[in-house]
Structures are given as C-alpha cells and as structure tokens.
Design a protein around this ligand. Structure first.
Ligand code: ATP
Ligand code: MG
Length: 142
C-alpha cells in the first residue's frame, strides 16, 4: 500500500534514557519519512483516552502512570505499508520476545516500559495521528 501512515510515540522510558536520537535514526534508516514530530507530555486523561481499549486490563493503571511519568516524542511516519512495517521494526510487545535488531530489543527494558508505540491498523493510525496533531502540523507533502 503506497504512502500509508502510522503513529509512533517514543515512550517516557526511552526519552528519559536519551534514546530519542538513535530511535529516530533507526526509523529513518528503515525508510520511514517523518511528516509530524513533537516532544510533549500526556495528561492522565490523554493517556486514559489513548489506551482506552485496554481499560479493563490488569495493567491499565500502571500503563497510564508510566505514560504520564515524563515527556514522550510523538511522530507521524509515512511509508508504503507503514503500519505493518513499523510493527516489524519495533518488534514484539515484550522485549524478551523481540527479534534481534528491533527497536524494542535494542532499547526497551520491560513489557510495560517498551520504548515505543506503533499503531495497529490504518484506521487507528489516522485516529492516533489526529489525537496528537492538528491537520496543519502534519506535512503530508513530505
Ligand atoms: P503499543 O500499543 O504501545 O504499540 P502493543 O500494541 O505492542 O503496544 P498492546 O497490547 O497494545 O501492545 O499494549 C499496550 C501497551 O501496554 C504495551 O506497549 C505496554 O506498554 C503495555 N502492556 C501490554 N501488556 C502488558 C503487560 N502484560 N504488563 C504490563 N504492561 C503491558
Ligand atoms: Mg497496541
């Protein structure tokens, strides 16, 4: 699929450890174009809304606390087959199960503090891109 998008967040663990530059380089080296980018911090209600699909899960409260614990980097990424290719690049949710060379294998510390988010469908990518960015902040011509 040509020129699809995905939404990523570099999570508070990875920002705090100074991995932002390395992760953005890995993303660029894998052929993704950054069409929107910001350093920001989620409020509690932002994090609860963003991960609302998981609200009944036992890890939900801990996940929300983690996601608001420090700044994140949000970005819209463009590429052919962006959602699937990005999930391959980041690796399994639990870094112990992530393949060698994936972002989570390289930078994540646990199943919760797993360095990056990636959208799971084209539909959610569009919703999540507009969660973080106004239309005028997404440089679709890039
Ligand atoms: P993401 O949506 O952040 O890209 P994912 O799609 O790989 O991650 P999900 O199942 O959507 O995984 O879980 C969302 C996030 O919740 C995970 O990235 C992780 O931070 C946290 N999480 C998932 N499973 C667990 C768990 N068993 N224990 C603690 N935290 C978890
Ligand atoms: Mg997910």
């Amino acid at each position: 699929m040509a020129n699809t998008i995905t939404l990523t967040m570099i999570k508070p663990d990875a920002v705090e450890k100074g991995f932002t530059g390395n992760i953005l380089k890995d993303i660029a080296d894998a052929g993704f174009t950054i069409t929107a980018l910001k350093l920001t911090q989620l409020t509690r209600s932002d994090a609860e809304r963003f991960y609302s699909v998981h609200r009944e899960r036992p890890f939900f409260n801990s996940l929300v606390e983690f996601m608001i614990s420090g700044p994140i980097v949000a970005a819209v990424l463009k590429k052919d087959n962006a959602v699937e290719d990005f999930r391959k690049l980041i690796g399994a949710t639990n870094p112990e199960n992530a393949e060698e060379g994936t972002i989570r294998k390289k930078y994540a510390e646990s199943v919760e503090k797993n360095a990056v988010h990636g959208s799971d469908s084209d539909e959610n990518a569009a919703i999540e891109a507009h969660f973080h960015f106004a239309d005028k902040e997404i440089y679709s011509f890039l």
